[in-house]
Ligand binder design. Sequence first.
Ligand code: DI6
Ligand code: FE
Length: 421
Amino acid sequence: MSDLVWQHLNLCASGDPDDTIVDAALAVRDGRIAWLGAARELPREYSAWPREALGGAWVTPSLVDCHTHLVYGGNRADEFALRLAGASYEEIARRGGGILSTVRATREADEDALFASAAARLEPLLAEGVGAIEIKSGYGLELNAERKMLRVARALARRYPVSIYTTFLGAHALPQEYAGRADAYIDEVCERMLPALADEGLVDAVDVFCERIGFTLAQSERVFEAAARRGLPVKMHAEQLSLAGGAALAARYRALSADHLEFLDEAGVQAMKVAGTVAVLLPGAYYFIRETQLPPIDLLRRHGVPIALATDSNPGTSPATSLLAMLNLGCTLFRLTLPEVLQGVTCHAARALGQSERHGRLAPGRPADFVVWQVGSLAELAYWIGRPLAGRVVRAGATIYRAPTAPWLRTDERAAFPEGA
Ligand code: DI6
Ligand code: FE
C-alpha cells in the first residue's frame, strides 16, 4: 500500500479530548502510522508524500465495543410489547419468554440465518466507526449451539473489515434440561464445552453471569479455573441486579473486565483497581430495564479504575445497535464526562479486551484505524442522539466506509415514480 499524509484535520489520538492536536497531520505507510503531530512540524521526509485533506474534520481512533451479545436468533420485541401492556417478567417467562426464548430461537436457527441477523446489527455499528467488537456466545447453552454462535462471530470477522473478539459465555443461564441441576451444567461447561471450543480456536476469553438469577460465586470460580487451565483471560457480568461479590472474585482471577456493576461496593472497586480490571458500564441495559441503582461512578473515579462503555447489544435488556448512543446515555444517566465516555469507547474499551496494543489509540507504529467525524467539536459525539456522524472510516490506511451523500430522491424528481409505489 502506498504512502499518504492525511492533513487539515484535528486529532484526538488517545481518545482523551484534553489531549488533542488542532491542525494535525497523520503520515501512513503500509497501513500503519509512520508519524503524527502538528502539521507545521511534519518532518521533511514526509513532505513529498501524496496528501489527502480532510477539511478541518475531527479524527479519533476507531471505536471499540467491548461487550456485546450480537449473535442470536429472533428478537424479543413481542415480549417488550407484552411488558408495555402490563405483563410481568415472571408471566412472560412462564409463557416461555425471556432469555430461554432466545435460546430456543438460537438453537433453531442455522448459521446462515444467525449470520444474516447479526450482520444487520453489526453494519450500523461499523458505519459509526466501530473497528473492534467483542461478541459473546451464551444463547446456545449446549455444545453445538454455542459452537454455532462462535463460528458465526468468526465468519463475521472474515466478511467485514472489523476485529472481532469472541467470548465463551456458556454460563449465561441455566438451560431448561438442567433445571435444578446448575452444578451439573457447570460441569458440562467446564469439562466439555470450554475445552472443545477452545481447542477449535473459537474462544478468546471466558465470561460468567454471576447473579442470583445466574450462577453463584462458587460456580463462577469453577468456570474461571477452567479458563485459567486453558490460559484464557476472563471477564464477568457482575453486580448487575444485586451485590454478589463477583467483581472481587473476578479481580482475584485478574479479569480483563467486570461489567454492569450497578451494585458494586467499595471493596470490589479496590480489588478491581489492584488487579487492573476495567469497569465496563452498560447504560443501554440500565436504561432499558429502567434500573434506578446507579453504578458507583465516584468510587471508580476516586480509586482510578478505568471505565469503559459498551452497547451490551442483546435481545432482552439492550436492543442497541449504536455505540454513540451509549455516549449520550453514559453522560445523561451516569453523569460521565466527555473525556470519560470518549476514553470509555477507545483506549479503556481496548484494555477491557486485552487489546491495548492493537486498538483504541493512534500512535506511530500502530495500525491506521481511525474515524473522520462530520462534527465541529468532539462534544457532538456524545450530544446527538441517533444521528450518523462518521464521514469516513479508515482501517489500516484504507477507507472502508464513506457516509452516503445525498441519497434522497429530490422532491422534484418524484414524479418519475407513481404515487404509492
Ligand atoms: N445480563 C443481561 O442483562 C442480559 N444477560 C446478562 O448476562 C440479559 C440477556 C437476555 O435477557 O437475553
Ligand atoms: Fe451482557
